[in-house]
Design a protein around this ligand. Structure first.
Ligand code: P1T
Length: 382
């Protein structure tokens, strides 16, 4: 019998987290040292200066790479810092990337306002039709960037089909796996070349740390990311690494409840007369439902919906909840509500990624489901 591989929960709790060899402490210490004594010039014990590497960051990188089924993982100071490193590693002036029609506003801003002025071009495409991608992939298009499920409309994209289309044209595929987390989906196993996370969200899970993570199985890309991590220095502090690592230990449990609560919320909203359209991949009416069933191990904790009363009613409604906090970000224990067009996605206004003004986004937390339904009901009814 071949030895069974440890399951997700076991890996989340043990990878990169062996008891401290010096003391036996079952929680690895937070290594605050910025520099490491060398035995001789160029002879270190693996760490030299904390920007280029430190044990706390390494522990987190081992843990997260193991969960994403990656041979290489890199932690960054934020999701956008990770995206920046990945984009710099993959694109040169004169080359282009494809962006999806639905993605985090900050990702669009990074490409449109930071990368494009350096000569890297972009185009947008409806990535729900991977079969159309081949025509768009001119030789200078080196990269397809996608989020699935996407922020804020919860579109589900076929990672395997996108990888095939991208690779057929000599391009690479990056998947932002922030909404799904490695618990629900492993894009590298489906053919993606790199995965990026905002670990500020479900990985940290408690709204108390900003972080990013990039994983890949490509050795040349890993080399470039390691270089950029050190050369540009957008690295997380050891304490930030500890917080994300602690969050990830309970990721499986939290995601189960996020999924269960979000399913209840989506069902409830679908039947509410003030709600026009509910975006949740777990609903059989969602256009990506069947694909999500095949590609994911659950449907996630994010829900968005259009308010039948239009922009004014939506803007008012997000201020009326008592448990859901009106706030940006997502993926933590407490439920959040927001208006993407005016908040998280203000930077996509007027672009192909523009969001409907009456769209409300919910990050469904871990509170008692009945309390969440009651809260939404009273806010929608006023
Ligand atoms: O905020 P930061 O850690 O830099 O991560 C950026 C980011 C990247 N990718 C996705 C899918 C994201 O949702 C985010 C950040 N998003 C929010 C802050 C938000 O409220 O949507």
């Amino acid at each position: 019998m071949s030895p069974r591989e440890p399951g997700f929960e076991t890996r989340a709790i043990h990878l990169g987290q062996e008891p401290d060899p010096g003391t036996g402490a079952v929680v690895p210490p937070i290594h605050l040292a910025t520099t490491y004594r060398q035995e001789g010039v160029g002879r270190s014990q693996g760490f030299e200066y904390s920007r280029s590497g430190n044990p706390s960051r390494r522990a987190l990188e081992v843990q997260l790479a193991g969960l994403e089924r990656a041979s290489h993982g890199f932690a960054f100071a934020s999701g956008l810092a990770g995206e920046d490193a990945l984009l710099r590693a993959l694109l040169r002036p004169g080359q282009r990337l494809v962006l999806p029609r639905d993605a985090y506003g900050g990702t669009f801003r990074l490409v449109d306002q930071v990368l494009a002025p350096t000569g890297v071009g972009y185009l947008t495409a409806d990535l729900s039709r991977p079969q159309d991608l081949a025509q768009l992939l001119a030789p200078e298009v080196r990269l397809v960037w996608a989020e699935t499920p996407s922020n804020p409309r919860l579109e589900v994209l076929d990672i395997g089909a996108l990888a095939q289309a991208a690779h057929g044209a000599g391009a690479l595929l990056v998947i932002d796996n922030t909404f799904a987390t490695p618990y629900l989906q492993n894009p590298l196993e489906l053919g993606a070349d790199a995965v990026v996370h905002s670990s500020t969200k479900y990985l940290g899970g408690h709204s108390d740390v900003v972080g990013g993570f990039v994983a890949t199985n490509l050795d040349w890309l890993a080399e470039s990311l390691a270089f950029l991590q050190n050369a540009t220095g957008a690295v997380p502090s050891p304490f930030d690494c500890y917080l994300v690592q602690r969050g990830v230990r309970t990721l499986a449990l939290r995601m189960e409840r996020h999924c269960a609560n979000a399913a209840r919320v989506a069902d409830f909203l679908q039947q509410h007369p003030a709600v026009e359209q509910v975006n949740y991949p777990g609903l059989p009416s969602h256009p990506g439902h069947e694909l999500a069933r095949r590609q994911m191990r659950g449907f996630g904790g994010m829900v968005s919906f259009r308010h039948r009363g239009g922009e004014g009613a939506a803007t008012e409604m997000v201020t009326l909840t008592r448990i859901f906090h009106l706030a940006e970000s997502l993926g933590a224990v407490e439920s959040l509500i927001e208006l993407p067009a005016r908040m998280t996605h203000a930077s996509v206004a007027g672009s192909d990624l523009a969001v409907e003004a009456d769209l409300v986004r919910l990050s469904v937390g871990l509170e008692t489901a009945e309390d969440l339904l009651e809260d939404l009901d009273q806010a929608l009814d006023r």
